[in-house]
Design a protein around this ligand. Structure first.
Ligand SMILES: Nc1nc2c(ncn2[C@@H]2O[C@H](COP(=O)(O)OP(=O)(O)OP(=O)(O)O)[C@@H](O)[C@H]2O)c(=O)[nH]1
Ligand SMILES: [Mg+2]
Length: 448
């Protein structure tokens, strides 16, 4: 649904800056701009996609700012509508004043993501590309950025559309066989259809085989550092982050709350969580902290147990070690940790003396290889979006039903093909519901 409103918003982040950009899109974009923008040439004579120096004036002809204005004539614009971008001085007050002026002349405040939503509704981009816009804005590492830009270029959408077309071809074949049964031998057709379906299944499976890594690329690997008090968990987080993020003291029970640190390891985003040391305690605050630790471990993709190699072994510690897959045996400057060896068999163990910067590279190397076990090349199409993954799973389930189907008549296969088609269409947005679309754009920033 395209509305007649002309939308405007500040597209740059709030605060002081060299410049800020105000964007406007819609039928009245030019007539509004004409009323507020004063330059040597008349607005109508400004050429499209060119930048012009001028002044923003209010209704009483007071100058509000000196600006550069870009006139963008539809349809070759982001929204496929007439658009104006005003580059003004980047102060809160100036930008607000200019925006208010646009409202005064008939523009309305753009909803989050409304520019991109218009681009989607006008058919300039598909839904997976619209989602990539936000991924690109949120990307914090080179690999996240690369995956988002490939999706934004439409590679994911294109592959999905190709697969959809193959299903559509089968469906049209089925409808021909219904309309002209005399020309078709169902037995042969069913066999052929199943062959083609198997090929489609393979293609879809290939798309999602790297999803685990895809999610890491988009959202980051969640790593929780846990263990007994005083083992060096906060030291771990500080050393790997290269910053003093968490308080470190010799007093057990120093960390009470969860501390989150965002890192870039080899181009991949990693979210590292420092937690409260696990022990029996009567301290209410510490107890809450420990509960948070346990729930963080449950929600993490990877948890790393840090232990102090010089500490005595307690039954509680043995329990923790037994459950752990990855253990950092810290403080090896104090003890070689020999006594722990029999408990650590079969586990990934990294020996460190974090206080002395020993073992940090090995930790980083381990995290990198943990992420890269998928062996994924970012030049491939990588599904990084949970919504896409779910829809591909739906499509696969329908297609697998077809392979298993023993029906003798070809037309009885159409329902499952249609279901697969419907699922794939939702990825690119051909058949996504209003709710799905609204949900996607609500997470956008205003002005994009
Ligand atoms: N000798 C030695 N001391 C270390 C090492 N790593 C950390 N420490 C010290 O151990 C003490 C505890 O370190 P933290 O990083 O605060 O330990 P934690 O596991 O976060 O402790 P809580 O927050 O209390 O659970 C501090 O005095 C650190 O300087 C190490 O490799 N060798
Ligand atoms: Mg700590």
């Amino acid at each position: 649904m395209i509305t007649d409103t002309t939308i405007a918003a500040i597209s740059t982040p709030p605060g002081r800056g060299g410049i800020a950009i105000i964007r406007m899109s819609g039928k009245k974009a030019f007539s509004i701009a004409k009323k507020v923008f004063l330059c040597k040439t008349s607005f109508d004579n400004l050429s499209s996609h060119s930048i012009t120096y001028g002044k923003i004036i209010d209704k009483n002809k007071n100058i509000i700012d000196q600006v550069m204005l870009v006139k963008l004539v539809a349809p070759k614009t982001y929204t496929k509508e007439d658009m104006v971008e005003i580059q003004c001085h980047g102060g809160n007050e100036v930008t607000k004043k200019i925006l208010m002026l646009l409202f005064l002349h008939g523009a309305v405040l753009a909803q989050p993501g409304q520019f991109t939503k218009r681009a989607f509704l006008q058919g300039r981009i598909d839904l997976s590309q619209a989602e990539a816009v936000m991924d690109l804005i949120n990307a914090e590492t080179s690999k996240s950025e690369k995956a988002a830009i490939l999706q934004l270029e439409g590679r994911t959408g294109k592959r999905i559309k190709e697969i959809r077309q193959e299903i559509l071809d089968i469906l049209s074949h089925i409808s021909v066989s219904i309309d002209y049964p005399e020309y078709e031998d169902d037995a042969i057709s069913i066999e052929k259809t199943k062959e083609t379906t198997t090929k489609i299944i393979k293609k879809l499976k290939k798309l999602i085989e790297n999803y685990e890594t895809g999610i890491i690329i988009r959202e980051g690997l969640t790593v929780v550092i846990y263990g007994p008090p005083n083992a060096g968990k906060s030291t771990f987080v500080n050393k790997v982050a290269g910053q003093e993020k968490a308080i470190v003291t010799h007093i057990p029970g120093t960390t009470r709350d969860i501390i989150e640190v965002h890192l870039n390891i080899g181009g991949y985003p990693v979210n590292l969580y420092d937690t409260a040391g696990i022990r029996k305690t009567d301290d209410l605050i510490e107890k809450i902290g420990i509960e948070k630790t346990i729930s963080a471990i449950k929600n993490s993709s990877l948890s790393i147990l840090v232990i102090d190699s010089s500490e005595v072994i307690t039954p509680e510690l043995i329990k923790l070690i037994k459950k752990a897959e990855v253990v950092v045996l810290n403080k090896i400057d104090l003890s070689n940790g020999e006594k722990y060896h029999k408990y650590l068999k079969g586990k990934k163990v990294i020996r460190t003396s974090l206080l002395n910067n020993k073992g940090i590279e090995e930790i980083e190397q381990f995290l990198l290889s943990y992420i890269e076990t998928g062996g994924i090349e970012i030049d491939d199409i990588v599904i990084t979006n949970q919504r896409h993954k779910q829809l591909i799973d739906y499509a696969l389930a329908s297609l697998i039903k077809i392979i298993k189907n023993k029906e003798q008549f070809l037309d009885l296969y159409a329902i499952d093909f249609n279901e697969a088609l419907e699922a794939l269409s939702q990825i690119t947005g051909e058949s996504a519901s209003e709710d799905v679309i609204a949900n996607i754009f609500k997470n956008f920033c205003v002005g994009k």
